[in-house]
Design a binder for this molecule. Sequence first.
Ligand SMILES: Nc1ncnc2c1ncn2[C@@H]1O[C@H](COP(=O)(O)OP(=O)(O)O)[C@@H](O)[C@H]1O
Ligand SMILES: [Mg+2]
Length: 321
Amino acid sequence: MSDGAPLLSVENLRVQHRSARGEVCVVDGVGFDIAAGGTLGIVGESGSGKSQTALALLGLSGASASVSGRLMFDGEDLLQLSAARRRALRGARIAMVFQDPMASLNPYLRIGVQLAEVLQTHRGASRAAAWAEAARTLDAVRVSAAAQRLQQYPHELSGGMRQRVMIAMAIIAGPQLLIADEPTTALDPTVQAQVLGLLDELRRERGLAILLITHDLGVMARLCERTLVMYAGRVVEAGATRELLQRPRHPYTAALLRARPTMQHPAGLPLDALPGQPPDPRQAIAGCRFAPRCPQRRADCSESPPPWQHGAACRYPVAPG
Ligand SMILES: Nc1ncnc2c1ncn2[C@@H]1O[C@H](COP(=O)(O)OP(=O)(O)O)[C@@H](O)[C@H]1O
Ligand SMILES: [Mg+2]
């Protein structure tokens, strides 16, 4: 990688799906950079295109999708690579942790077999070497009694332990980028905090870059230097997480902040409790996609796309003070 270039640079990413009801564009012109060892969070309501963005990076958009843009990873455009090269990158250099570890772990295989298999596939390691590395990696994700855990099946572990095993599987081959899609949503708050703490330690110890997807701005604040806010397939705000939380520029970000869990209501409002609904992605929209739900909208907001100013796609952003 050339000096100064980000590890991952995404420009104008578009993901369209063909369906019986026509073409639908679910990611529309998304762009961002992540430095080696850096962190970026993507936040937004359910359906805003966060997972579709992650899947495009992994080359897992599926047969119905057409993906365009430039996805520069460590000097290569991922979209120009052969299917075989992309498969080889997946797991080895770009790894992913999903929300539901039970859906990703094989219920019939011991933890050790599943961990060792990643190394045997990507590194051609011997079974004995892979098994030893599996134990070391479980240690690294703070799973106690690693040697015994390797012999267990997924259902014998708690939810938090299973998520640690998933993180171990993701990092065992030594990737440069970890994409974590809602990794703690299914966990209770104490375990959530532990898993986020673990991700932060792994970033510092291994120089792992992390792309964290969440609908929870509190989770974002714990881990990510920078944040991207998505709405209806587009980036509506981007900036340093701390500033964005203190002084959101886009009315949508402000609305997300108001819907955040508080001490009085720890479970929080679901984000779906924001008034109104995101637009149907099949619908053509001339102006700002958030305008129909925006408390600050003015008449011209629905006429043409909003300009990008002060880090937000908004005609009337909150001005920097
Ligand atoms: N295979 C597909 N075909 C058509 N639309 C899809 C497909 N997969 C996802 N979508 C739509 O793409 C949009 C974004 O989905 P997703 O990225 O999963 O949202 P989220 O931000 O919740 O992760 C949603 O409207 C979803 O219904
Ligand atoms: Mg998702």
